[in-house]
Design a protein around this ligand. Structure first.
Ligand SMILES: *[C@@H]1O[C@H](CO)[C@@H](O)[C@H](O)[C@H]1NC(C)=O
Ligand SMILES: *[C@@H]1O[C@H](CO)[C@@H](O)[C@H](O)[C@H]1NC(C)=O
Ligand SMILES: *[C@@H]1O[C@H](CO)[C@@H](O)[C@H](O)[C@H]1NC(C)=O
Ligand SMILES: *[C@@H]1O[C@H](CO)[C@@H](O)[C@H](O)[C@H]1NC(C)=O
Ligand SMILES: *[C@@H]1O[C@H](CO)[C@@H](O)[C@H](O)[C@H]1NC(C)=O
Ligand SMILES: *[C@@H]1O[C@H](CO)[C@@H](O)[C@H](O)[C@H]1NC(C)=O
Length: 276
């Protein structure tokens, strides 16, 4: 499911498979200063430019990592991961076959966003009062402007200091359920400021055991996106594994470092990309 709140212009494209980027002939994807750990089939001496061809000629080869030792070696791999940062290494991944490439499965835009998502009015999202579609439409919280979907917020209402809920807001939950894919969110603007928490995330029926991926969380005036993974207690992840990820573990309620896959991404692309 995709859930979404806040004010945004939204286009979501969902597709499956392997994403071709660029690279050597026959290897559309390449990574500089990245290596694939383990999964070696064999190794072949040669320059980095020869690795893709060596891989194509090796049964079971999916990718190759080149290292400069001993004049240059192509390590032929049976898998395309795990990738990690390694200065001087160069990795190529074989071009996917037709059935592995992305295909566009779902598009949400102003045509269908407000019909293919349901308005969640309870049990979600903190202090705000998530309203139904009629209320959201009537009060201008949602709308279509220049063929783009608009999800706004109430920046006018003044509530009593001891009100039991906050201002009206909009929470949308997709009617489609997905189990994998690449999701592309295209927003023109996300609001910022005190008390604001626009978000775009995936969740599941049995929370948190089936996981939650917080893709965008724009909290108050943070200058970074609070991307977070939630999982059940017992989710195994190497502690402080700076080799494979650049985030950090979250904290348990008692302040100790969480080791159950609650991970914070320190990405700071957010403010300049969306808020300004
Ligand atoms: C790749 O080879 C390793 C041994 O190097 C093996 O443990 C692993 O299961 C293989 N992976 C695949 C996807 O075949
Ligand atoms: C919405 O997406 C559909 C499917 O890609 C497309 O046919 C339609 O033109 C789009 N509508 C707008 C307003 O962009
Ligand atoms: C409330 O939001 C509207 C629409 O973005 C904007 O034009 C207006 O200036 C805002 N009002 C306040 C008090 O921030
Ligand atoms: C809120 O506070 C006012 C006094 O400021 C009081 O009259 C009212 O009963 C309170 N409401 C609630 C829901 O506590
Ligand atoms: C802190 O909380 C975690 C998760 O609930 C628990 O596993 C851990 O034992 C607690 N540590 C202390 C010192 O209370
Ligand atoms: C990870 O490492 C940092 C510094 O090296 C340390 O402060 C932190 O407590 C560690 N976290 C865990 C979960 O071990």
């Amino acid at each position: 499911m995709i859930l979404l709140v806040g004010r945004a212009f939204i286009f979501v494209y969902i597709s499956f498979g392997v994403n071709p980027v660029f690279g050597q002939s026959g290897c559309q994807t390449s990574y500089t200063n990245m290596a694939i750990d383990g999964n070696d089939l064999t190794s072949v001496s040669g320059p980095s430019s020869s690795c893709c061809q060596h891989c194509q000629q090796q049964t079971g080869c999916a990718a190759s990592t080149w290292t400069s030792a001993n004049g240059g070696i192509c390590w032929l791999k049976n898998d395309t991961q795990p990738l990690y940062a390694s200065t001087g290494a160069f990795s190529v991944i074989l071009a996917p076959s037709a059935d592995q490439t992305y295909g566009l499965k779902l598009v949400y835009n102003s045509t269908n966003l407000f019909t293919d998502f349901e308005f969640t009015t309870h049990g979600c999202c903190g202090f705000v009062n998530s309203v139904d579609k009629n209320t959201a439409t009537g009060s201008g919280l949602i709308g279509i402007q220049n063929d783009k979907a608009y999800i706004g917020l109430d920046n006018v209402t003044v509530l009593p200091w001891n009100n039991t809920h906050g201002r009206n807001s909009v929470t949308l939950k997709s009617l489609h359920t997905l189990n994998s894919g690449l999701v592309i969110l295209n927003v023109d603007h996300v609001p910022t400021g005190p008390g604001i928490w626009p978000a775009f995330w995936t969740s599941s029926q049995s929370w948190p055991d089936s996981g939650e991926i917080d893709i965008v969380e724009s909290i108050w005036s943070y200058d970074h996106n609070q991307m977070t993974l939630h999982a059940s207690q017992g989710c195994a992840m190497p502690v402080n594994d700076s080799k494979y990820f650049t985030g950090s573990f979250g904290r348990n309620k008692n302040g100790t470092a969480a080791t159950d896959c609650w991970v914070h991404d320190p990405s700071r692309i957010y403010k300049t990309a969306l808020k300004d």
